[in-house]
Write a protein that binds this ligand. Structure first.
Ligand SMILES: [Ca+2]
Ligand SMILES: [Ca+2]
Length: 280
């Protein structure tokens, strides 16, 4: 936890049914086929940990949208899973800085007085990396690697954001993503949403593969440890409280795997072969 505080206190930004799974447990997920390819991962103009390097990813599948509260509720009802924030009775809440708030958990994302009324289609938050991995496993899926995530977000043409190189706020005032203020790092509802938005709401922000909210709305856990920061896991994509710098497809962040935050959610992936039969 101390490490987490250190990491975030200075941040400038701030169905596939696998054999043996309960019937219906993983049905209804929209997975996008992504042909593998070779691309330049990273950004020469980004942080030091974004040094460009050539990476090849094999074909895989990935959820078109972030996992919703309704989907996570099905998982909990089916398995009785208890999340890490529920276990430790606290979750991290963003109010222009990170605070550990007692009683913040996935049914109460922003604090104990909060609830999910009207937010069944919003992304689940207050889930740790372990909770995210458990959800994906229940769904017969897995978390994406960082390389898979970045390739799904940008393809191979070197674009800065999922939709291209244009900044998230268009000249006409419309936005390609749900994010925060352009100067770091407050929530902002110019895009229509102060905090989370229903998944898939920003169609103009689709990646080359038609995958939605890869930039913004909520950060997404990956399967990978963060190089050079032992005990942490890499997250991608930026969220509702971040500025455009953190929405770049190459931006990387690291958190401990056992904490939940109200700006971090889940997107599952699958090996190509294992994903067959899941497309809606
Ligand atoms: Ca917003
Ligand atoms: Ca996202």
């Amino acid at each position: 936890m101390r490490q987490f505080s250190m990491l975030l206190s200075g941040v400038m930004c701030v169905a596939v049914i696998a054999a043996g799974h309960p019937a219906g447990a993983a049905s209804g997920f929209d997975l996008v086929d992504v042909d593998g390819g070779t691309f330049i991962m990273g950004d020469a103009e980004g942080d030091a940990n974004e040094a460009p390097r050539e990476v090849t990813v094999p074909p895989f599948r990935i959820m078109r949208t972030e996992v919703t509260n309704d989907q996570f509720a099905r998982f909990v009802a089916d398995t009785g899973h208890r999340t890490d924030p529920e276990r430790i009775r606290a979750g991290w809440v963003w109010t222009n800085r990170w605070r550990s708030v007692p009683g913040a958990d996935w049914p109460h994302p922003h604090g104990p007085e909060d609830n999910l009324d009207g937010r069944g289609g919003h992304p689940v938050v207050q889930v740790s990396a372990r909770d995210a991995a458990a959800f994906c496993s229940w769904a017969g899926l897995r978390l994406p690697s960082e390389a898979e995530w970045e390739f799904a977000a940008r393809g191979s043409d070197g674009r800065r954001y999922p939709w291209g190189d244009a900044p998230p706020e268009a000249d006409d005032g419309s936005r390609h993503a749900n994010f925060g203020t352009v100067p770091c790092c407050a929530a902002d509802e110019v895009d229509g949403y102060l905090k989370t938005a229903p998944v898939g709401r920003f169609g103009s922000g689709a990646s080359p593969f038609g995958i939605l909210d890869m930039a913004g709305n909520v950060w997404e856990w990956t399967a990978d440890a963060f190089p050079g920061r032992p005990g942490t896991v890499a997250l991608r994509g930026g969220g509702w409280g971040n500025n455009p710098y953190c929405l770049r497809v190459s931006y990387r962040h690291a958190n401990p795997p056992d904490i939940g935050l109200d700006m971090v959610g889940i997107r599952c992936a699958a090996d190509k072969e294992k994903g067959r039969g899941a497309t809606q």
